[in-house]
Design a protein around this ligand. Structure first.
Ligand code: ARG
Length: 474
């Protein structure tokens, strides 16, 4: 047991209590952020005359040495310390002596952990965004190559109207694009620095909070010290955004699982992303898609967990908040690995375009277009709907499709049918005539692709402050 706060106590902490309380096993992840925050704090303390330049230099050298040794594997983050903050401080004192004891001047672990978690989350937002961007690039590339890959569009999982693979993928492009926009919003809203809030009520030292916040690439300091140490909104927002990413991935996976099934055969998942069965030799299972779909639950779980942890906490810091870490780390890891694997899977997946087109031909996906044909001949839409309904029934009985009927058969239902019907309900016409903005017709799709190409070129990461953090420059 190694802790920072023995003075007031007369008995040792019970071992079970100590273990229950300790967080080093998971907050060791914040090691780099803890060092970075401490360096910024010390640089500011020296600027304000609270530490001497000599003390500052010696602390920074000590912290940089600890970072280097841990990174090189020469120093292990030992679980005998209560948390990562205690570990770093204890190592510093061990290495540089008296000056090390001044590191924590004007700081509390409450604002320290608030800062570490923010720095860590900020980085994870950027990493998630990068992975989303890579996925969007694969999706857009597939769209460009499949403008004429016809397939059925579904509602209620019933064939509804013909569309294209480009159009179907385009829907996911918009979803993941919104996910990135959400991340951008969250980043901008959270990018204020809590360091200097102290335990809850600031400090009597003349800290320059604007300076520390600029050193670490924040927009500025947070404006209420109680809120600074007890705010986890940004994490909740991030977990909500991650849940939405997972919901999108899961829907996409569900479709891929269907498309990969024997019944559809629209796609073939690459061997590298499938697994076999130990008993059924014919099997090639879409495990990765199923696992991504399955892991959605645990990310939702993290969101609900943190919302519940925070729900009745009085101001300001409460130890409950230590529970923000494990669930959040797990959700961040899960989403990143899901995005990486999913992108690899769709990148290598083969499309059976013949099966897609066949499927679009059967199942009356062109029934709306047949009704529209009659409307163009002057039949009111409601009557046209009824006529085509009858025709579909006739086709079902004869096990055929509208475009395979003879003109005589068609005219037996309505004398408005002419030989131009066949072209009007062909797959190509059905799709290519749909030219409203956002529709699958090629000309409409090309406009959307151009907009989205431009969007992918604008890289918001580079323009946001805080990506390259200030202390690296110190
Ligand atoms: N391990 C704590 C956490 O993650 C750090 C803050 C501790 N503060 C305190 N007053 N005990 O929240």
């Amino acid at each position: 047991m190694a802790q920072l706060w023995g003075g007031r106590f007369t008995k040792d902490t019970d071992q079970m209590v100590y273990d229950f309380n300790a967080s080093i096993n998971f907050d060791k992840r914040l090691f780099h952020q803890d060092i970075e925050g401490s360096i910024a704090h010390v640089v500011m303390l020296a600027k304000q005359g609270i530490l001497t330049l000599g003390e500052k230099d010696s602390i920074i050298k000590g912290l940089a040495g600890i970072r280097e040794d841990v990174d090189k594997g020469l120093l292990a983050i030992s679980p005998e310390y209560e948390d990562i903050h205690s570990f770093v401080e204890a190592m510093l004192i061990e290495r540089i002596g008296e000056a090390g004891k001044k590191l924590h001047t004007g700081r509390s672990r409450n604002d320290q952990v608030a800062l570490d978690m923010k720095l860590y989350t900020r980085l994870q937002i950027l990493k998630t965004d990068e992975l989303l961007k890579e996925l969007l690039e694969v999706i857009l590339d597939t769209m460009e190559r499949n403008l004429e890959t016809y397939m059925p569009g579904f509602t209620h999982l019933q064939k509804a109207q013909p569309t294209t693979l480009a159009h179907h993928y385009g829907a996911y492009f918009e979803m993941f694009k919104r996910d990135r926009l959400r991340l951008k919003d969250i980043y901008a809203r959270m990018n204020y620095c809590p360091l200097g809030a102290g335990a809850l009520a600031g400090t009597t030292y003349p800290l320059d909070r604007s300076y520390t916040s600029s050193l670490m690439g924040f927009e500025g300091p947070t404006l209420n010290s109680m809120d600074s140490v007890s705010d986890r909104d940004y994490l909740i927002e991030f977990l909500a955004a991650l849940s939405t990413v997972m919901m999108h991935l899961s829907r996409f996976c569900e479709e891929i699982i269907l498309w990969n099934s024997n019944e559809y055969q629209f796609v073939e998942i690459d061997d590298a992303y499938s697994t076999g069965s130990s008993i059924m030799p014919q099997k090639k299972n879409p495990d990765i898609a199923e696992l991504v779909r399955g892991k959605t639950g645990r990310v939702y779980g993290a969101l609900i967990s943190l919302l519940t942890t925070m729900k009745a906490l009085p101001l300001a810091y409460n130890k409950d908040m230590q529970e923000d870490k494990e669930v959040s780390f797990d959700a961040m890891d899960t989403v990143q690995s899901c995005l990486e694997l999913f992108t690899g899977m769709v990148k290598t997946m083969k499309f059976r375009t013949d099966r897609m087109a066949d499927s679009a031909l059967n199942g009356f996906a062109n029934a709306t277009d047949a009704a529209d044909y009659l409307v163009n001949k002057g039949v009111p839409f409601r009557d046209a709907h009824g006529i085509i309904g009858k025709l579909v029934l006739y086709c079902i009985e004869k096990n055929t499709s509208i475009d395979a009927l003879t003109l005589e058969e068609l005219r037996a239902v309505s004398d408005q049918f002419g030989p131009d019907l066949y072209d009007a309900v062909s797959l190509k016409t059905c799709v290519e005539k749909r030219l409203t903005a956002g529709a699958p017709g090629q000309e409409a799709m090309k406009k959307v692709i151009a907009v989205n190409k431009k969007y992918l070129k604008d890289d918001w990461i580079e323009v946001l402050p805080g990506y390259v953090t200030g202390t690296e420059k110190v």
